[in-house]
Structure formats: structure tokens, C-alpha cells
Write a protein that binds this ligand. Structure first.
Ligand SMILES: Cc1cc2nc3c(=O)[nH]c(=O)nc-3n(C[C@H](O)[C@H](O)[C@H](O)COP(=O)(O)O)c2cc1C
Length: 210
């Protein structure tokens, strides 16, 4: 018996050109995955969510949300071990996959190709089909093994997009920082949810010499 929210039929799983797989792993910053799902819910994109068991633990530590809340934010939820899910096959077309946040463990597993769950299998499928894989890696500091793995993933076609905030947008709140990061991640799929403050050139300085 599947726990998917909707029948696992091709037609009910969204238009192939507007399906995005969203992976959530057990790195700190689960709010990035939560916010991405919230934002995507406002769009035409059908989200296919898969989250690791560790993500359920960080969800409890870092938010007041329950796994069911995250599932409700997605269009279709796939259990972590359901390696028979649609997103485990390259024949199921998608726009690609965002993993936010992406742990070192999940990142490393994807880099080896030795995938042990639907989360990493779905990422492997995205890579082999030459679709877009965006990894919002969260760890610091990084040892040379982490850095080599990131290089390997970039060479394999993944986009390694660590959750590093920018301050040129003058964030006033933590939510501003989260939104800017999530906006940049979704931008990598050509999805504009209107939360990104874009740099349009140097601002006029009040104190500039004339
Ligand atoms: C509160 C908390 C914060 C964590 N933060 C990170 C992190 O930022 N990056 C990371 O790679 N692992 C982090 N971990 C450890 C991962 O959860 C752990 O390596 C786990 O095995 C990852 O499994 P997964 O990749 O299947 O989600 C954290 C764990 C906890 C409990």
C-alpha cells in the first residue's frame, strides 16, 4: 500500500514539462526545503517530494512542523524506500531535481552512484538523463574529501549550490535570507516565484562624490 497522496498514475502526476522532484535530506536548514515547497505550491509546477529519515529528525529539531505538514505541501509524496516510485525511472520525464537541504551523506551517495534510497536513486536518474540536479549542500567547514566530491558532482553535471547567504539585497529578517536563497535555487530551474531581489547594477550612493 502506497502513502502517495494521489493515485500513482502518469496522468495524475502532473505535466511532464512542469514536474519537479524535491528531495529533502538531514542537513541543517530544512526550512529551505519547506520554503521551496511553499513557493512551488503557488505555481503550476507539480512537486514530487521525497525526504530522508534524518530529514524528519531535523524537521523536529528545527521547526514546529510534522512530516505530514511537508507531505501536504507537496503535490505527490513518495516514501523514502519506495524504489518502485515513478521518479525512480528515467522514463518518467521531469524538469529535474532540487535537494534542499542536501547533506554530505546524500551528496556523497549520489556521487558514488551506489544509491540506497529513493532520494538518491531519483537524483542518479536525473543525472543519467542529463536533467538538472541542484544540490543545496549545507556543511561547514569542508574537508578535502567533501570538496573533491563536489568537484566530481559538478563534473557529472550536477549544480552544487551551497546555502550561502548574500547580503547585497540587505536582508532584514531570517525569512529574507531564506527567501533569497530559495529564490536563487528555483531560478536554476527557470522558476520565478517573485521572491528574489535581483541585482540590477550598483545602487546610487547618497554620499557619492559629484
Ligand atoms: C540537528 C542536525 C543537524 C545536522 N546538520 C547537518 C548538516 O548541516 N550537514 C550535514 O551534512 N549533516 C548534518 N547532520 C547530520 C545528518 O543528518 C546525517 O549525516 C544523516 O545521516 C544524513 O542522512 P541523509 O543524507 O539520509 O538525510 C545534522 C544532523 C542533525 C541531527
Amino acid at each position: 500500500m502506497t502513502t502517495r497522496q494521489k493515485p500513482a498514475r502518469e496522468a495524475s502526476q502532473g505535466s511532464s514539462s512542469r514536474r519537479l522532484v524535491v528531495g529533502v535530506s538531514g542537513a541543517s536548514g530544512i526550512i529551505y526545503g519547506v520554503r521551496a515547497l511553499e513557493m512551488l505550491k503557488r505555481t503550476e509546477v507539480t512537486t514530487h517530494l521525497v525526504m530522508s529519515r534524518s530529514a524528519e529528525i531535523t524537521l523536529a529539531y528545527e521547526t514546529n512542523l510534522k512530516p505530514a505538514d511537508l507531505r501536504a505541501m507537496s503535490s505527490i509524496y513518495h516514501p523514502f524506500n519506495d524504489i518502485g516510485a515513478s521518479i525512480s525511472s528515467g522514463s518518467f520525464p521531469t524538469m529535474g531535481m532540487l535537494i534542499a537541504p542536501c547533506s554530505i551523506r546524500t551528496m556523497s551517495e549520489i556521487a558514488t552512484g551506489v544509491t540506497s534510497s529513493l532520494l538518491t536513486r531519483a537524483a542518479d536518474v536525473v543525472l543519467k538523463e542529463r536533467r538538472r540536479l541542484v544540490l543545496a549542500v549545507r556543511e561547514t567547514p569542508l574537508h578535502v574529501g567533501h570538496l573533491r566530491t563536489m568537484t566530481q558532482l559538478a563534473e557529472m553535471g550536477a549544480i552544487v549550490a551551497p546555502t550561502v547567504p548574500a547580503f547585497y539585497s540587505r536582508p532584514q529578517t531570517v525569512n529574507d535570507i531564506i527567501d533569497q536563497t530559495v529564490g536563487r535555487l528555483l531560478d536554476l530551474f527557470g522558476i520565478d516565484v517573485g521572491i528574489l531581489k535581483r541585482w540590477t547594477g550598483a545602487p546610487m550612493r547618497d554620499d557619492a562624490d559629484t
